[in-house]
Design a protein around this ligand. Structure first.
Ligand code: MV4
Length: 447
């Protein structure tokens, strides 16, 4: 087991990882920018190292400063959290070259999944169902036309270096195709320095369902069920739940089994998330994330398993604490992302939190890095906390969520809490009847 872990992140996820390390009896080091000197993760860690000025590129993304902080403090492993360097293959490789363990998969697995064409080719080879489309990159309009005619319109053109919704163009008919291909390629080249694009059948009303997987580091793989993350705005998740209201136990175990086997065959190590679009009872792979995700607590709530403990165990060579048959899905969980933003326009609202009171009671978890009197710096993302509610079933979970939202007080700044108070009373949400476009349509109506 590790002696000392350096946490290369900030905010609620830095605290989340700190807690797991403390429980495992591992010493902690955090790094922080000058803007985060008063942050909770700095207060609670055993040691802290200031690594630079506020902009992320000079601090939380500064690989050399972070490696130096490891050397100075004698950390033997780094947990990257999510965002920042969590899916940076070069960072994983550099740490390995310094004999420091990256708590995550190999640089090579990160690299494969970061290239969306390579990721899809790999998924297909491993027996994961993928969206019909081109086999690789498409450059010629003629070829694009042939593929689109074969799979049928509408089609979507995606940047191989994109992901998370960046660099996509939809063509509804053949007349749109040339423009879509040219703009997708030139935008991808400008944004990512790589103009490779690929074509897929465009699914019009899917849900976003993702499967939590783990490789044990010894060639084994398991799944921890799925999360439904269909409620998004501009590719930012807002509300996530486990299980998906759309799946039954048979579908869960079928897609979960496919993913677990794929992870084993890939020789993958650590936590991963295999993302699907789900429409008319079919799953279609779109991407794989090679990090711990923001919404991992809903999976923890229904399985009772600490996924960060599992990440640390696997990275240290100790394998997983559970076998597939030990992983049981108990009840229902919902996560609301509390952002320091206007609840209608989503404009960031940094500033001082004058009062912060979190709900409590059975089935309630709040993961947050803020406190009364804390001043939110304007340099980073606007997530200030996550409310995770668990119940024996979805109805109980929703009742408890409504009550918890009533108790939650955040004064001094705008937050997305009022949006959740609206959503929890909405009939479609109560019925689990929503797809990836539901939230944007709801917000456009301005109800
Ligand atoms: C799609 C799609 C429809 N058809 N691919 C957006 C994020 C990126 N991970 C993939 N995305 C999409 N890919 C095909 N073939 C629709 C989206 C999409 C979306 C996906 C998940 C959650 C929200 C979304 C919002 C708009 C578009």
């Amino acid at each position: 087991m590790f002696q000392k872990i350096l946490i290369a992140n900030r905010g609620e996820i830095a605290l989340r990882v700190l807690r797991a390390c403390k429980e495992l009896g591992i010493q902690t080091v955090v790094v922080h920018s000058t803007a985060d000197a008063d942050a909770m993760h700095v207060r609670l860690a055993d040691e802290s190292v200031c690594i630079g000025p506020p902009p992320s590129r000079d601090s939380y993304l500064n690989i050399h400063q972070i490696v130096a902080a490891c050397e100075i403090t004698g950390a033997d492993a780094v947990h990257p959290g999510y965002g920042f360097l969590s899916e940076n293959a070069k960072f994983a490789d550099i740490l390995a070259a310094h004999n420091i363990t990256f708590i995550g998969p190999s640089g090579d697995h990160i690299r494969i999944m970061g290239d969306k064409i390579e990721a899809k080719r790999t998924a297909k080879r491993l027996g994961i169902p993928v969206v019909p489309g081109s086999d690789g990159a498409v450059t010629e309009e003629k070829e694009a036309r042939r593929i689109a005619a074969e799979i049928g319109y509408p089609v979507i053109i995606k940047a191989s270096a994109g992901g998370g919704g960046r660099g996509m163009k939809v063509a509804h008919t053949e007349a749109d195709l040339e423009i879509a291909l040219q703009t997708a390629r030139s935008e991808a080249g400008a944004a990512f320095g790589d103009d490779a694009v690929y074509i897929e059948k465009y699914l019009e009303k899917p849900r976003h369902i993702e499967v939590q997987v783990f490789g044990d580091g010894f060639g084994g793989g398991v799944h921890f069920g799925e999360r439904d993350c269909s409620l998004q705005r501009r590719h930012q998740k807002v509300w996530e739940e486990a299980n998906s209201p759309a799946l039954n136990a048979e579908e869960r175990s079928r897609i979960g089994g496919i993913c677990a086997k794929a992870i084993a065959d890939l020789g993958y190590s650590g936590a991963g998330t295999i993302e699907f679009l789900y429409e008319n009872g079919e799953f279609y792979f779109i991407e794989m994330n090679t990090r711990l995700q923001v919404e991992h607590p809903v999976t923890e709530a229904i399985t009772g398993i600490d996924l960060v403990h599992e990440q640390v165990r696997v990275a240290s060579g100790g394998g997983l604490s559970v076998k597939q048959e030990d992983i049981k899905f108990n009840g229902h969980a919902i996560e609301c992302r509390i952002n320091a933003e206007d609840p209608r326009t989503f404009t960031p609202s940094p500033g001082t939190i004058t009062h912060f009171h979190t709900p409590g009671g059975l089935g309630i978890r709040v993961d947050s890095g803020v406190y009364s009197g804390y001043k939110i710096p304007p340099y980073y993302d606007s997530l200030i906390g996550k409310l995770i509610v668990h119940g024996r079933n979805r109805v109980e979970c929703m009742m408890r969520l409504r009550r918890a939202l009533d108790e939650f007080v955040v004064d001094g700044i705008k937050t997305t809490l009022p949006l959740f108070r609206d959503l929890v009373g909405n009939a479609d949400i109560a019925n689990g009847d929503y797809d990836i476009h539901w939230l944007e349509k709801y917000l456009a109506k301005g109800e």
